[in-house]
Design a protein around this ligand. Sequence first.
Ligand code: 1CP
Length: 353
Amino acid sequence: MTCDDRPVAASPTASGSAFLLACRGEPVPHVPVWFMRQAGRSLPEYRALRDGVPMLEACSRPDMVVEITLQPVRRYGVDAAILFSDIVVPLKAVGVDVDIVPGTGPVIADPFRTAADIGRLRPLQPDDVSYVTESVRALVGELGAVPLIGFAGAPFTLASYLVEGGPSRDHARTKALMHGEPEVWHALLDRLANIAAAFLQVQVAAGAAAVQLFDSWAGVLSLTDYQQFVQPHSASVLAQTAHLGVPRIHFGVGTGELLGAMGEAGADVVGVDWRVPLDVAAQRIGSHRPVQGNLDPAVLFAPTQVVHASAAAIIDSGRRAPGHVFNLGHGVLPATDPDALARLVDFVHAYPA
Ligand code: 1CP
């Protein structure tokens, strides 16, 4: 491979970052840290910028995407940025009528429930999300040595929105389709896997240095259902992105029983929520894979010394894995004090790696 063929992520500045070193299981100068949902949510400067601009419009405007993605990097000094976007952006880009309703989340105008509905999901082409390419390119220039994480929703989590029509507690319609019409289910997840993989490829081609596959709601499944109905499709996304040469992180909530299977799906790093200590998680995932996590986001509402004691215990527990990226066990809660996150970053950076 000549120098000119090297992906942007392999540039000397980005590849030496603590975040990428930890993802590869190499020695780190300090434990790297970033926060799921660090962009948007709790920052007053985010709320000011978003005022009057619908969420999906904000995601399609490179000027806003760049500024919102940079806000937490400036404020907290985190070791990685995550693109400001949403898991439903590629669905909208292929023509699905989806809106993000404030206070609710993604709402699908015409839910997907039959074999005929599958035809409504066409493949994603890079031109469908040219604003993502433009945003990522601009961000890589602004971020310098700070790596940018691209992301996509995993097939199951995307399917749960498409089938339910919006956020769901019990995922009953999704599970009914999965068990009742397995052929339709697998056809749906196959198309979603290809869309997710294409969305990740676009972001890496534009310069993203790592990707995260969010299977946020996979924890509602039993291990056998996960293995039969979901894992092959997440594995497909990960296989389709293996050649890109960037770390692939795979995360879900409430996935304690699924961690082994999620590791087997083929990611480089497995994200862990707060329910399972990292040393236990590392055993379940397999000793060769770095882990990411896992402070309970609610602990950030406790006094600083409690937050820092919890963080220290997590870092010590993470030593069991070949690499550890510090994070929360799920996204930043909207009411979180930004100063508590800033103090946490300083604490993690100062704690022995
Ligand atoms: O108007 C607003 O401010 C909308 C709130 C909002 C924001 C800021 C939504 C609606 N999405 C986002 C951005 C977003 N979504 C990011 C930004 C980058 C960052 O992490 O900082 C990311 C990574 C996502 C990914 C996402 N969207 C996930 C996976 C991550 C997770 O938290 O589990 C999921 C499940 C969604 C769906 C979604 N979009 C928005 C909401 C409120 C939800 C969840 C709804 C539900 O409970 O089902």
